[in-house]
Ligand binder design. Structure first.
Ligand code: PGA
Length: 253
């Protein structure tokens, strides 16, 4: 049986008041189910606060990014993986398409950050996905294969065993345009088969989340696909009611 996860990515939204309100509301409103991890990923400056508010609630806290360098040093503005662990963060999103597109993160940088996350005791949520142009050119699988293979080359099977994948078609993020359940299933199955070529057991137990305009009214159908193990939620994670309704749609498989 595979575990499920519903993760909220706040992106660059929030405040002290919002963090207090959202995490408290989720903690009181959502009955965290066995086998369905509830993860909230606020901006870095609110992580400590979120960890404190989430104590004993069953809610997990993750970061949205980390430095590609592991050791302390002269890297102005960066946040290290060991610092995230130090404050009680357990997860970190790596390779989100916004970081790839806006901050020039290549497949190799994403692979390096994944390694640093693992070495810091964090569980990386590794995002992969194709743009609309790539999909229309019939390149979706090749793009995703390259994204996965770059990570495989650095972390190997052992690293994958400690990781989570999020399939986020770039054309579905924040656009209101969701992949159909069939489109999501097709790519999720492809991701699992690519990982199965490395190790069949690792691939069978890999959590593969779908992200891209997941809302309360489409979550149940997407999550019911055989290779979809939950969701990475952006916009709808900024509303406690929507996010808890999405969480309610996730049942362990
Ligand atoms: P969205 O974002 O749910 O707003 O499409 C998903 C994500 O970027 O993680």
């Amino acid at each position: 049986m595979r575990q499920m996860m519903v993760a909220g990515n706040w992106k660059m939204h929030g405040s002290v008041a919002f963090t207090a309100d959202m995490v408290t509301t989720l903690a009181t409103k959502v009955a965290v189910k066995e086998g369905v991890t509830l993860l909230v990923c606020p901006p870095a400056v609110y992580l400590s606060q979120a960890v404190a508010v989430a104590t004993q609630s069953g809610i997990h806290i993750g970061a949205q990014n980390l430095a590609s360098i592991a050791a302390p040093g002269a890297y102005t503005g960066e946040v290290a993986g060991f610092m995230l662990s130090d404050i009680g963060c357990q997860y970190v999103i790596v390779g989100h398409s916004e970081r790839r597109a806006l901050y020039g993160e290549t497949n190799d940088v994403v692979a390096q950050k994944t390694k640093v996350a693992l070495d810091s005791g964090l569980t990386p949520l590794i995002c992969v996905g194709e743009t609309l142009d790539q999909r229309e050119a019939g390149q979706a699988e090749a793009v995703i294969a390259a994204q996965l293979d770059a990570v495989s080359a650095v972390i190997g099977v052992d690293g994958w065993e400690q990781s989570i994948v999020a399939y986020e078609p770039v054309w579905a993020i924040g656009t209101g345009r969701t992949a159909s359940p069939e489109q999501a299933q097709e790519i999720h199955a492809f991701i699992r088969s690519r990982l199965a070529a490395l190790d069949i057991n690792m691939a069978a137990s890999m959590k593969i989340l779908y992200g891209g305009s997941v809302k309360p009214d489409n979550a149940a159908l997407i999550f019911s696909q055989p290779d979809v193990d939950g969701g990475l939620i952006g916009g709808a994670a900024l509303n406690a009611d929507d996010f808890s309704r999405i969480y309610a749609c996730a049942q362990p498989k």
